[in-house]
Design a binder for this molecule. Structure first.
Ligand code: HXC
Length: 530
């Protein structure tokens, strides 16, 4: 062993002085660069706001708590190794809306087109997990080119993780998806799995395969907007529940919707001060509905008269408009209203109306929101088109949804309630708690004309004066069967009310049913017709 005479020299490079002040400066610098991004101009030029501007509009001022600001991708190759922006194209965290906690993520189109890679997905998974663990709604603001192509199967895996979490959270916390830019490929399944999807005209688009693929596969030439813009999804496909002209009004309505929903399935919906609705007699009701059974009127006028301050939020306004589904309040408590709309297709139920109302009823039931059904329905829409496209299967969805619902349920039969459609629209037989009918009410297997033709076909054929006989039989049938007292005498209608008492009677009914507790039969899950 030798001992050196050489004096020890420290060959390590000299490190910068390590002071708290310098470390904080570096952190501030990194943070402000991560937050500022550099693509806001391009985003504004497209008529869109940045992810952070959107969160500012959505959340209460100063309430946003961000997670994973510094997260960035660990991918290699294909133009990404040397470009690793912080956030990885999604701003995620939590904030409040009118003081109530929500979890959020907002995709940032200025970073890799908002495309979803492994880190981006992991951030979304993280806030979804926190939302479910704490029982708070999750809101996703989508603006993305879809799966990040450079990250291959890891991007697809990231989407799968979102979908699995959405299904796990379904019926536990409200899930809202807002489409503010492209939402391409399988990414569109996230809005489809959400409880409510908002879309903005002109900028929001959803499709599984873009215009180029469509052109290549079947030669069809379409624009992004024609293929999957707001008009398509709010009016034809039914994927979007709400459509808006701009981001401000869209995000304001997300706030409004949240104010009507409970935070999770264990909490009651937000309750506001009762406003005397149980004594509120409204003569206007009677003038809103013509007594002639075939005259149209707007059921939304009736809903406005029923709910507090005439205010309600209609879901799927532009799709399947022959049924109206809306949230509102009665005496301070939130209700879900389902109403046949005589102004559109005479208010018949058809495939799309059944799908729309069924999903709404199931949402209300999952989140403890009482249901009020305003019935004025001539039946199901007849015809080969409906039959061949499965009106039986789709109508069964609404039937199933009502039968399964354990929330307080009130049926108000305003005018017509014929046949299977009467049963489906929350009749006593499928479990409504309180059935109220107006004196204008006609509940029967079918209308007088059809009924007389079936029962008295032979008599009419043999008659010397069939016109006279028909008119006598019509009068007899109507007298015996086409009025609410036939049902009321048999307990299928609990009361025949003066129309002006509708709001008061519904408010009293809701108060009576407030503590309703019914637990579904134990089973893994039912087999809802899909
Ligand atoms: C990586 C992407 C990207 C993607 C866009 N970018 N989409 N990067 N992966 N999926 C990048 C672009 O390269 C570009 O980067 C920037 O984002 C902006 O994109 P532009 O094309 O310039 O913008 P624009 O003209 O507005 O068009 C937007 C667009 C288009 C319509 C979304 O980018 C597009 O068609 N992208 C591909 C969409 C797609 O097919 N995605 C995969 C779907 S399959 P630079 O550096 O030039 O600014 C899928 C599977 C999911 O998502 C499966 C889940 C089950």
């Amino acid at each position: 062993m030798t001992t050196s005479n050489v004096e020890h020299v420290d060959l390590r490079p000299e490190l910068p002085p390590r002071t708290m002040e310098l470390l904080r400066e570096r952190n501030d610098d990194l943070r402000s660069r991560a937050v500022s991004g550099d693509g806001s101009q391009r985003q504004h030029a497209l008529g869109k706001r940045t992810a952070r501007e959107r969160l500012d509009l959505l959340l209460d001022p100063g309430s946003f708590v961000e997670v994973d600001l510094f997260r960035r991708h660990q991918a290699h190759g294909l133009k990404v190794s040397d470009h690793r922006p912080h956030t990885d194209g999604v701003v995620a965290g939590s904030g409040t809306i009118e003081g109530r906690r929500v979890f959020v993520y907002a995709q940032d189109f200025t970073i890799f087109g908002g495309s979803l890679g492994q880190a981006h997905a992991a951030k979304i998974h993280k806030v979804m997990d926190m939302a479910l663990a704490t029982g708070a709604p999750i809101i996703g603001l989508n603006d993305s080119g879809g799966a990040r192509i450079q990250e291959g199967v890891m991007a697809l895996d990231g989407y799968g993780g979102i979908f699995r979490r959405q299904v796990e959270a379904s019926g536990v916390i409200p899930q809202i998806s807002v489409v503010l830019g492209p939402c391409a490929g399988g990414a569109a399944y996230s809005p489809a799995l959400a409880d409510f999807t908002f879309i903005v005209r002109g900028t929001g688009q959803m499709y599984l395969t873009g215009p180029d693929v469509v052109a290549a596969v079947n030669g069809e030439r379409v624009t992004h907007e024609e293929l999957g813009g707001a008009a398509v999804h709010s009016g034809l496909s039914g994927v979007a529940s709400f459509v808006h002209d701009d981001e401000e009004s869209c995000l304001a309505d997300v706030r409004y919707l949240i104010s009507l929903l409970p935070s999770n399935n264990m909490e009651p919906p937000p309750a506001y001060e009762p406003c005397g609705a149980t004594e509120d007699i409204r003569p206007a009701f009677a003038s809103l509905v013509p007594v002639e059974p075939n005259k149209p009127y707007d059921i939304r006028d009736l809903i406005a008269e029923l709910v507090d301050d005439g205010e309600f939020l209609e879901v799927h306004e532009g799709w399947a408009a022959n049924v109206v589904c809306a949230f509102g309040r009665v005496d301070g408590g939130v209700v879900g209203v389902v109403g046949n709309q005589p102004m559109v297709l005479a208010g018949v139920l058809d495939i799309e109306a059944s799908q729309k109302a069924a999903r709404f009823v199931r949402f209300c039931d999952a989140f403890g929101i009482p249901l009020v059904s305003l019935v004025d329905v001539p039946g199901f829409l007849p015809g080969t088109d409906q039959e061949h496209h499965g009106v039986i299967r789709h109508g069964a969805k609404l039937l199933y949804a009502y039968c399964e619902a354990t929330v307080p349920r009130i049926q108000v039969i305003v005018r017509k309630a014929y046949g299977g459609a009467y049963i489906v629209m929350d009749s006593r037989s499928i479990g409504t708690d309180l059935s109220l009918a107006w004196p204008t009410n006609e509940i029967a297997v079918m209308g007088a004309e059809g009924a007389v033709n079936v029962i008295f076909r032979k008599e009419l054929a043999a008659s010397a004066d069939p016109v006279e006989l028909r008119s006598e039989l019509l009068a007899e049938y109507s007298e015996q069967l086409v009025h609410p007292y036939y049902a009321a005498e048999r307990g299928l209608v609990d009361d025949v009310i003066d129309p002006s008492h509708t709001r008061a009677a519904v408010a009293r009914g809701l108060s009576m049913l407030h503590n309703k507790r019914r637990h579904p039969t134990a089973r893994k899950h039912g087999n809802v017709p899909l």
